[in-house]
Design a protein around this ligand. Structure first.
Ligand SMILES: [Zn+2]
Ligand SMILES: [Zn+2]
Length: 189
């Protein structure tokens, strides 16, 4: 791993560490010498994905704020750590928490219940890879906006793993609003 990659991992660790973490990570990134900062930013952009890079050029300020960039990269962090060629599984299921009959997601792997927003800790780093042995209930603990998308934070009730997953189009708006209000992110009203 290059030193830039190590630096980026450190920044992401810092950024994911509670609500003040993002601010501290952004400050740390902004303090880097010019050349290093540029490299770290482009590594983060690559992590955040091409979509975000496009939004970037259309943004108000011409380039994303350091905090926004870190937030995007955090959302993709798990995907970036993917092991080679995972088997994605997108299945219908009965929600273990609320009993809703949940259809498969289709274009996007169904990784949580659209009614109560809970999931099961069955996947490893990649949605649908079924690489985790835990099986604990993934409780929605946060909601944030990334570009046009809403991103849920899941915390496993058994092992405590924290995951970010994108909201689905059919997620219950009232449940999303309640989560937004309780998470303090005010992602939606
Ligand atoms: Zn449910
Ligand atoms: Zn777990």
């Amino acid at each position: 791993m290059s030193s830039v990659q190590e630096q980026v991992q450190e920044l992401l660790k810092l950024a994911g560490d509670g609500r003040g973490g993002l601010k501290r990570a952004a400050a740390a990134l902004d303090r880097l010498p010019d050349a290093e900062r540029k490299e770290a930013r482009s590594a983060l952009m690559a992590l955040a994905g091409a979509e975000s890079a496009i939004e970037d050029t259309q943004g108000d300020e011409g380039e994303p704020t350091t905090k926004r960039l870190l937030r995007w990269a955090l959302g993709r962090e798990d995907e970036a750590r993917r092991p080679g060629n995972p088997t994605r599984r997108d299945e219908d299921f009965v929600c273990a928490r609320c009993g809703a009959q949940v259809p498969a997601g289709g274009a996007r792997v169904r990784d949580h219940c659209p009614a109560c927003l809970h999931g099961l800790h069955v996947d490893g780093p990649v949605p649908g890879d079924r690489a985790a042995d835990c099986g604990g209930l993934l409780t929605p603990t946060g909601l944030e906006r990334r570009g046009e998308e809403l991103v849920l934070t899941h915390t496993c009730a058994v092992c405590g793993v924290v995951r970010r997953v994108r909201a689905h189009a059919d997620d219950d708006p009232a449940a999303l609003r309640a989560l937004s209000a309780s998470s303090g992110w005010r992602a939606i009203r």
